[in-house]
Design a protein around this ligand. Sequence first.
Ligand code: NAD
Length: 257
Amino acid sequence: MAGDRQHLIERAGRLLQAADRLVALTGAGVSTPSGIPDFRSPDSGLWRDADPMAVASLEAFRRRPLAFYDWLRPLLEIGLAARPNPAHEALRDLEKFGPLKTLITQNIDLLHSLAGSENVLEIHGHLRELICLRCGAICEATPHLHEFVAGGTIPRCSLCAAVLKPRVILFGELLSQHLLNRAAAAVTSSDVLLIAGSSLEVYPVNELPWLARQTGSRLIIVNLQPTPADEIADVVIRGNVTEVLPALAASFQPQTL
Ligand code: NAD
């Protein structure tokens, strides 16, 4: 098995070496090694007891914002203290020293940016800012979220006192068409799409692998569990992102004497 994996990593490595325009697509699985649970791993106990649709939809936020913040609390407690792991660092290095042009992420945890990746499309939004749905004011999230985690103070708009919503895309909320267009353009102009840590069950991001194939891009998938796109991938590596991605990025590191 270990031999098989090494063989697959070498095949993926050859695709990356030949790539001019690599695009990466990441999901919650790149942040589980930083301690943030994903939604769909079998042992992801954090979310098992709550139906995200019931509390993390736009309608639910409007009706019961306090229940939404209760649901968000565990993610904030872990997420505010989380640090990038070797998978984030490998993707940063593939951009800095290798062919990676665009990193599309479904994650809201900011860890790619913290690791130093620059061209990141946060397609499901982010926890960097909060927005007031009543008056449109936007503010920096960190002080409010720390205050909430430490003392339970729900973030409120300084202008109109409405409860502020993190700038994450909730169920029932539209994704930014602008970001989606940029993601689609990046994928269609890529020669390799590297997917890591995503179940590929969330629409419309889960259409990107097929778009890549239609436009002639090669596909590498690194994930612990099978995904619906495995059947169209050139290389599927069933492994931990913290082992596989650094191995893929290693050959792009600058040589030191
Ligand atoms: P998902 O939970 O549906 O799937 C995660 C996948 O990653 C699983 O298939 C799992 O097998 C795999 N995985 C977990 N740990 C791994 C590891 N160490 N190495 C390799 N693979 C690993 O996640 P998704 O596809 O991103 O979709 C879930 C949605 O939930 C997204 O919209 C995302 O925005 C959101 N979410 C985000 C975070 C975050 O920002 N960190 C956390 C939870 C959920």
